[in-house]
Design a protein around this ligand. Structure first.
Ligand code: ADP
Ligand code: MG
Length: 408
């Protein structure tokens, strides 16, 4: 079976379906098990649980399952606190079977571990990013990985926006398939982008402002309403000439001015909604100093750290009308109690709307878990940057590599 994702007519991708014979084969699976660790333990296992069905299915079909992932940013060196062995207990729990580990991802150590596998076994290789060649998409490294397997499955949606050896290069050397988790993520996003239910409301916020300008641009064209909080709103407000004090914002106001002009001229179809009030303080750590102010009353030494009550009410009204909601980015510094109310209110409104809802972004997903919404939303994506780049209309290297390799 094959699958089209990304630009139209760009070619098909082979899917890992039941008719792919994996029994007795060494199946190299790239997953994104890049989970937060605390004191040697997994702090949030969402990505591990999301990957588990693919791995369990392969194991049950008699494959020798060899799992590749990165964890954190070791920058090409061995970092003890980022060893994948720490993920093995959580992965074993999610699979209901044991998981072997080894302390390299290529070379004699990995080869010996693979040679010892029986049909159905699951082996978790060491952190790919302990080798600088991984992020450099070095072809020798891609070949060294490819030697470990008979077929390659890319299921790492969260890393699909990176052209690395394990997400792109390796597809040049082995018969390659897209895994079910990645395929599902892309199908859901394709549904949102190409078959939106209306009213379609986008809720945007967060800290990565410069990275997200292209996303707002696309969503203004696609959605009926775009509501904006977080650092993204600060940038748009500053571009309107509003005093935002010391708030987080993009220093370059050019792109934000273009967005405002576009919204004004209604070149896109969406109405843009910005905060009318805010929770401010003198610093992120000064929770006791938090105050609600009108957006025109932010002082030059204030930081905007959440949307205010009136804004939350207005955003709620817009969201309650929605049939479809796409949410990326918290409304404020939700990690701190004094600045979490706006994010919680918006999440609650999305749940109450009963709309088909998709949440993308690592911190947005964490906020959904923190406030207890994760199970009440239609889909919480395992992708952050990958989700955003896909929404923006970019071709993801991890997807493109599978397309080029073509059906096996
Ligand atoms: P995601 O990972 O969901 O794509 P981002 O990484 O862009 O989201 O942003 C998440 C971060 O944004 C959170 O850690 C949150 O504390 C921060 N944030 C949200 N609003 C503000 C604000 N007004 N000022 C500073 N930081 C903010
Ligand atoms: Mg983030």
């Amino acid at each position: 079976m094959s699958f089209a994702a990304g630009p139209a007519n760009a070619g098909l991708i082979a899917l890992l379906t039941d008719d792919v014979d994996v029994e007795g084969k060494r199946v190299l699976v790239r997953e994104d098990l890049n989970v937060p660790l605390e004191g040697g333990r997994v702090a949030d296992g969402t990505r591990i649980r999301a990957a588990a069905p693919t791995l369990l299915d392969l194991s049950e079909r008699g494959a020798r399952v060899i799992v590749m992932t990165h964890v954190g940013r070791p920058a090409g060196r061995v970092v003890e606190s980022l060893r994948t062995a720490q993920l093995a207990p959580e992965l074993a729990r999610a699979l209901g079977r044991s998981v072997k580990t080894c302390d390299d991802c290529i070379g004699p150590v990995a080869q010996a571990a693979v040679a010892a596998l029986q049909d159905g076994d699951v082996l978790l290789l060491e952190n790919l990013r302990f080798h600088p060649q991984e992020e450099a998409d070095d072809d020798g490294f891609a070949q060294a990985l490819a030697q470990l397997g008979d077929i390659y499955v890319d299921d790492a949606f969260g890393t699909a926006h990176r052209a690395h050896a394990s997400t792109a290069g390796i597809a040049r050397h082995l018969p390659s398939y897209m895994g079910p988790l990645m395929a599902t993520e892309l199908e859901i996003l394709d549904g949102v982008l190409h078959r939106p239910r209306r009213p379609f409301v986008a809720v945007l916020g967060g800290a990565k402002v410069a990275d997200k300008i292209g996303v707002i641009d696309r969503l203004l064209k696609l959605c009926d309403h775009v509501v904006v909080g977080g650092g993204m709103a600060n940038t748009l407000l500053a571009a309107q000439g509003v005093e935002v004090g010391k708030s987080l914002r993009d220093p370059d106001l050019g792109p934000a001015k273009n967005i405002l002009a576009e919204a004004e001229e209604r070149e896109g179809r969406a109405r843009l909604h910005l905060p009318v009030d805010a929770v401010v303080s003198k610093s992120v750590s000064d929770e006791a100093g938090a105050r609600e102010v009108k957006i025109s009353d932010v002082a030059s030494d204030d930081m905007i750290l959440d949307i205010g009550i009136d804004t939350a009410k207005h955003f709620r009204g817009v969201i309650l009308e929605a049939e479809m909601v796409l949410w990326n980015g918290p409304m404020g510094v939700f990690e701190r109690d004094a600045f979490g109310a706006g994010t919680e209110a918006v999440g609650q409104a999305i749940v109450d709307s009963g709309a088909y809802s998709v949440v993308g972004g690592g911190d947005s997903g964490a906020a959904a878990v923190k406030f207890g919404f994760a199970g009440k939303l239609t889909h919480v994506s395992t992708g952050g940057g990958a989700t955003l780049e896909y929404i923006e209309g970019k071709d993801l290297p991890g997807v493109a590599a599978l397309r080029k390799a073509g059906p096996a």
